[in-house]
Ligand binder design. Structure first.
Ligand code: UD1
Ligand code: CA
Length: 463
């Protein structure tokens, strides 16, 4: 990008129409909060600084963005919500301090503004020496959006509620994303009044103000009309989800990812699904998950920030912040909780929970087992019902299990404890002390048989 640029992203709105009880801009499209889509596009477009205007649920929004972006994003709080023109005024100190030549003003509730469109519109904005360039597209149903009226170079924006019937018939809508020459924006902001149907300070009035001052106000028209769409309520959010997911699944299918149905599939824009992967219905792929070629995910599985290796199978299972090696088979009905690293060819069967553990190649944990805070080698066999007892009510501790060990059914491993390479634990054993390599540990009450007990005490008679 040429010259210094910044982005101001409006995210202070209450979102009452969303009825979320949370900030509107944190509502998710394809598992990603809308505000993250917008910040990512701005950063990918190459802006040097990002200032997010927060207000309603400010702490929630700021905490979320700080975790994700660190100091790449700064905040300004809009104390009362008096409209988009009022919101941008809170960015004045940021703009005066940083003095970018041009600034993008973006809406935190319009996620599809892309970095490519931001770059292309900036190029046009600079080439035409515009004071303001608004991003626009024609919509079949422009209801609810500001309409773009006038001729290129002398455009203005009329809000739905203030528009005449003739203006409402205009299909060209204001996306709410603009490039401004920073000086022109700072000059226009104090001129914006609130004499309109909503009694709000409309940022859109800057167009008319700059045109009247003899400055050029142009439009960057995109043929991709989805790019301008925003969500003000739950129906709008559903529409954005459907638009994106349909496009994404179609694009992946074109690349060679196998789907049998589109139903119930959600894929984060930050996730990677390689050609040759197979995604079954009911699969939700969140965050920066990666699904490698030949892997089969679903039905009914959730991957959150998890990497699935080639040809692995994940059936009816939830995996969070974890990695799964090539050829591993997980599920049905299991869970990998955060920081689990499962090696190649591992089998994890039904009703198994793994947390904060590594599991070496070809190990089998086939049924009804909890592996928490453990380092498990390769080629280990877990019988049914094994529990790593990692918590004494006060502290967590780790278990270590060596390569090729055999953990008998219903073994309890009281951490911290280790089982050596090739060692065995007998079924029903509670392990409280380290087991050396190659040993067998048995720790259970010896069986007592009382002959005839049932006959005498219960009156049980064999037929
Ligand atoms: C706005 C535009 C409209 C455009 C539409 C595109 C104005 C007056 N209208 O309308 O022309 O077609 O976006 O989606 O700008 N916000 C604040 N502080 C406020 C008010 C709003 O930060 O005081 C934020 C909201 O959180 C939201 C964004 O600004 O992220 C847009 O506000 P919203 O009320 O949704 O504007 P629209 O009615 O959609
Ligand atoms: Ca909006």
């Amino acid at each position: 990008m040429n010259g210094q640029t910044a982005a101001v992203i409006l995210a202070a709105g209450e979102g009452t129409r969303m009825k979320a009880g949370t900030a509107k801009v944190l509502c998710e499209v394809a598992t990603k909060p809308m505000i993250d889509w917008v910040v990512d596009s701005a950063l990918q477009a190459g802006v040097s600084r990002v200032c997010v205007i927060t207000g309603a649920h400010a702490e929630e929004v700021e905490n979320h963005l700080s975790v994700r972006y660190g100091d790449r994003v700064v905040f300004a709080r809009q104390l009362e919500r008096l409209g988009t023109g009022h919101a941008v005024r809170y960015a004045e100190p940021f703009l005066k301090q940083f003095q970018p030549e041009n600034v993008a003003v973006l809406c935190g509730d319009a996620p599809f503004v892309s970095s490519a469109v931001l770059q292309d519109s900036l190029a046009e904005h600079m080439a035409k020496a515009n004071a303001m360039t608004l991003l626009t597209a024609a919509l079949d149903d422009p209801f609810g959006y500001g309409r773009v009226v006038g001729t290129d170079g002398a455009l203005s924006i009329v809000e739905e509620k203030d528009a005449t019937d003739a203006q409402r018939a205009v299909k060209d809508v204001n996306s709410g994303a603009y490039w401004f020459e920073t000086k022109a924006l700072l000059a226009a902001l104090p001129e914006i009044g609130n004499d309109n149907a909503k009694g709000e300070y409309y940022l859109t009035d800057a167009a008319g103000i700059l045109t009247a001052a003899g400055r050029r106000v142009g439009a960057f028209r995109t043929a991709d009309s989805d790019c301008v769409k925003g969500a003000n309520d739950r129906l709008g959010l559903l529409t954005l989800n459907e638009l994106y997911i349909r496009r994404r699944v179609d694009a992946l299918a074109r690349d060679g990812v196998e789907f049998v149905l589109r139903d119930g599939i959600v894929i984060s824009p930050d996730a990677v699904v390689e050609p040759g992967a197979h995604i079954l219905p009911g699969t939700i792929i969140r965050g920066r998950s990666v699904v490698k070629a030949g892997a089969v995910i679903g039905p009914n599985s959730i991957l959150d920030n998890t990497v699935i290796g080639e040809n692995a199978v994940i059936e009816s299972t939830k995996c969070t912040d974890s990695t799964v090696g090539p050829g591993a088979k997980i599920g049905p009905f299991s869970q990998l909780r955060p920081n689990s690293h499962v090696g190649a060819g591992v089998k994890i069967g039904d009703f198994v929970e793994v947390k904060n553990s590594t599991i070496g190649d070809r190990t089998s944990v086939a049924h009804l087992t909890y592996v928490g805070d453990s380092d498990v080698g390769g080629g280990v066999n877990f019988g049914c019902g094994v529990v790593t007892v990692n918590y004494d009510g006060k502290q967590k501790a780790r278990c270590k299990i060596g390569d090729n060990a055999f953990i008998g059914c219903n073994t309890n491993l009281i951490a911290p404890v280790s089982v050596g390479e090739g060692a065995y634990t007998a079924a029903g054993t509670t392990i409280t002390e380290d087991v050396p390599d190659g040993a067998l540990a048995i720790g259970r009450a010896r069986q007592t048989v009382k002959e005839n007990w049932a006959n005498e005490h219960i009156g049980f008679k064999r037929k």
